[in-house]
Design a protein around this ligand. Structure first.
Ligand code: G1P
Length: 277
């Protein structure tokens, strides 16, 4: 196994979902009855990853509780039809190791990923942003990416999709050249974080799935904050892209932007249709 660990940067406040996120972590918001974070961990497992590393904050204990045994609930549903409702999360809890580190300051995604270094060490790792919920009938998006990484073990990989040009300012945007014999993987030569549409080189937007080589930690340590004082993973990756070490992968499947209320409701609607109708 080339990728053994998956990092989840989940310390953010989730202010777009206030007031619910005052007391409920946004990663615990449910698509049907399952929280976003569980979909993310299940996607990591589908790529053969069972070491889960979370960069968390003290306000998000509910995430830890979700992946802990709960003997009282277990015994209250034992022998009833509801017992099976716990099967999936119990499977996750039993098969994964969870490690946590608290992020002290919110200084951007790059800073959050850098904060996870003690949990990752000196090896390549995956990153999942659980508010990007991805589905596919075949291999999961992260499983597709780990297969590509196996062919390019010196490179970082970012997942991309085409978005409308007037939405590029919500994303990291890449420019690149298709790899030989590929119609979905680009060697990246330019990356911009949330550009104005007039400045965006393409409409190829980065979504919340990354495979990063440990080199990224050294680069992040030297990455300057942007104009908002945040350290961006996109800026750090741009340093490696200049050395030809970043590949952007146009994944197969569907992504729901559950960081927005519209995308969150859409995901619930689609999942409801596919589950019960
Ligand atoms: C982050 C990244 C951005 C990426 C996005 C994907 O932005 O900084 O490059 O396109 O995730 O969801 P955020 O949505 O955290 O502002």
């Amino acid at each position: 196994m080339l990728i053994n660990k998956c990092l989840f940067p989940v310390a953010g406040y989730g202010t777009r979902f206030l007031p619910v996120t005052k007391a409920v972590p946004k990663e615990m918001l449910p698509i049907l009855a399952k929280p976003l974070i569980q979909y993310g961990v299940e996607e990591a497992m589908s790529a053969g990853i069972t070491t889960i590393a979370m960069v968390i904050s003290k306000h998000k204990q509910a995430i830890k509780d979700h992946f802990r045994a709960h003997p009282e609930i277990e015994s209250s549903v034992q022998g009833t039809a509801k017992a099976s409702l716990l099967d999936e999360v119990n499977y996750v809890t039993e098969h994964c190791d969870f490690t946590y580190i608290e992020q002290q300051q919110m200084l951007g995604l790059g800073h959050a990923i850098h904060s996870g270094q003690p949990l990752i060490g000196n090896e390549a790792f995956a990153v999942i942003l659980p508010d990007d919920l991805c589905t596919n009938v075949g291999d999961s998006v992260l499983a597709q990416m780990t297969k590509l990484y196996a062919q390019h073990p010196d490179c970082c990989i970012v997942a991309i999709e085409e978005v409308p040009m007037d939405e590029v300012d919500k994303y990291g945007v890449i420019d690149g050249k298709l790899l030989d014999n590929s119609d979905n993987a680009y060697r990246v030569h330019n990356m911009l974080e949330k550009p104005d549409s007039a400045d965006a080189p393409t409409n190829l937007a980065i979504i919340g799935r990354y495979i990063l080589t440990p080199e990224i930690f050294t680069v992040l340590a030297n990455t300057q904050p942007d104009k908002n004082g945040e350290i961006q993973i996109t800026d750090a990756l741009m340093i490696l892209a200049k050395q030809g070490k970043v590949i952007a992968y146009k994944f197969q499947g569907q992504r729901f932007d559950c960081g927005s209320i519209k995308g969150f409701v859409e995901a619930n609607t689609v999942f409801l249709k596919t589950s019960f109708m």
